[in-house]
Design a binder for this molecule. Structure first.
Ligand code: PMP
Length: 463
């Protein structure tokens, strides 16, 4: 095999894939008889598979990534030009796109100041975890090493990121995990009945107060940081209720705890603001991001922090241990920031944040209208173009539908040429939430096509 192939001979690609590729997040047994799906091409909101079938992509590349849509010539050109000029140099030196993108990004993040480039979202989170640990050693005599994370949140696939993972079913069989990661309860209004003592009123404040209870139990002088998704993604599209974020901020301040917001999914426009935390008036100490930063045109992830944190790593230059002793090889790739600059310009020039809000509202309206017709939809939730519809057997008990039924809805939509989310886990082990995250360029017709497909699928699957 010399790597050449005839574009028309996609059967060869399918065979090579079947023989040699190990796909993410998927059981391979069915591929012994069925063809794996190969996505060949994309334009705007649509992709084409190896059979030439067109799909409307309602999940931005499967995992909330291609925020500005496929086939953007200006991004490709920016990447090409940059790669011809300089493809890579380790980020212990700077680069032109790395510097310019950092400046653009910080302009969108008042209060933040420093950008640390990494290989992936998981690693961006681990950089913040490592900084918290280093600060604990520098400032607090080795105390304050604990990092709190929330039930149902996800922060990545590497072992320390998994140690901060709130979805038990994802972690089963991969332990033991790293020490000093401490779980706090979820804040999901729809499933608050699962939480002992959750009140009818002011649930947001109560849920935040549970974090304080954990801090007091662990000892405030042992807790260094709290890591949260602004809107929980893979855990079931969970937006925190009114009152939650303000209390979280107060609690962090009270106990001198750094607040780490994981924007790997929400970052760069997905919720209708540049960052999800900006919807709630939060002032973070660390913000991590990946997927939408360059819409998948090139790999880029980063961890952003304040000048105050940054200063802690340069205050004593004569101490050889007093700097952040860390590197990510591909943090020095220039294609990522070159693509990210153009990605951000497109979002700005095409007013896509506003479109995201408008189309998100339209989609919520459409899904709510479907609730009238399909009793199986128990809840519609999310922010901007980051939405979920939870399927339940009974609205009163909120018992989740069997995962196979939700998968049947996804498969039915697929047969109609609409890719909706592989269902997410709002109930541990039950993938019962349909997930929608079309690109921010979605039109009203696209949104209607998606919800029409869901309408048809629910009718066929549930009758
Ligand atoms: N945080 C969140 C909220 C995520 O959804 C993900 C990826 N799904 C990650 C972190 C990890 O990112 P990556 O896969 O780039 O390591």
């Amino acid at each position: 095999m010399d790597g050449t192939f005839n574009e028309n001979d996609l059967s060869r690609v399918v065979e090579a894939d079947r023989a040699h590729v190990w796909h993410h997040l998927i059981q391979h047994k069915p591929f012994e008889t069925n063809d794996p799906r190969i996505i060949v091409e994309g334009k705007g909101m649509r992709v084409w598979d190896q059979k030439g079938k067109e799909h409307l992509d309602a999940v931005s590349g499967g995992v909330w990534t291609v925020n500005v849509g496929y086939g953007r010539e200006s991004i490709c050109k920016a990447v090409y030009d940059q790669l011809m000029k300089l493809c890579y140099f380790a980020n212990s030196a700077g680069s032109i796109p790395g510097s310019i993108f950092a400046e653009m990004l910080i302009e969108k993040m008042p209060g933040m100041s420093r950008v640390y480039y990494t290989n992936s979202g998981s690693e961006a989170n681990e950089k913040a975890f490592k900084m918290v640990r280093q600060i604990a050693h520098k400032r607090y005599g080795g105390k304050k090493t604990k990092i709190m994370y929330r039930d149902r949140d996800y922060h990545g696939s590497t072992l320390a990121a998994m140690s901060a993972g709130g979805q038990d079913e994802r972690n089963a069989q991969y332990g033991p995990f790293a020490p000093d990661f401490v779980r706090v309860p979820h804040c999901m209004e729809y499933r608050k009945h699962e939480l002992d003592g959750a009140p009818e009123e002011n649930f947001g404040e109560w849920a935040a107060d549970q974090i304080e209870q954990v801090i007091l139990r662990e000892g405030p002088d042992t807790v260094g940081a709290l890591c949260l998704e602004p809107v929980t993604a893979g855990g079931g599209v969970i937006e925190a209720p009114e009152g939650y974020w303000q209390r979280v901020q107060e609690i962090c301040k009270k106990y001198d705890i750094l607040l780490h917001i994981d924007e790997v999914v929400c970052g760069v426009g997905r919720t209708g603001t540049w960052f999800g935390y900006q919807q709630y008036g939060v002032k973070p100490d660390f913000v991590t991001m990946a997927k939408g930063v360059a819409s998948g045109y090139a790999a880029i992830a980063c961890m952003v922090t304040t000048e105050e944190v940054f200063d802690m790593f340069k205050d004593d230059a004569s101490d050889p241990l007093n700097y952040f002793r860390d590197i990510s090889t591909f943090g020095g790739c220039t294609a990522g920031p070159a693509a990210a600059i153009e990605n951000m310009r497109i979002i700005q020039d095409e007013n896509l944040l506003q479109n995201c809000t408008d189309m998100g509202n339209r989609m919520v309206g459409n899904l709510q209208a479907l609730m009238e017709k399909h009793k199986v939809i128990g809840d519609v939730r999310g922010k901007g173009l980051f939405l979920g519809a939870e399927l339940v057997v009974d609205r009163a008990t909120k018992e989740p539908v069997d995962e196979k039924m939700a998968q049947a809805v996804v498969a039915d939509c697929m047969s109609q040429g609409v890719i909706i989310g592989a269902t997410n886990r709002s109930v541990p082990g039950k993938n019962n939430t349909l997930c929608f995250s079309p690109a921010l360029i979605a039109t009203a017709d696209d949104i209607d096509q998606i919800t029409d497909a869901v309408d048809g699928a629910l009718g066929r699957v549930f009758g």
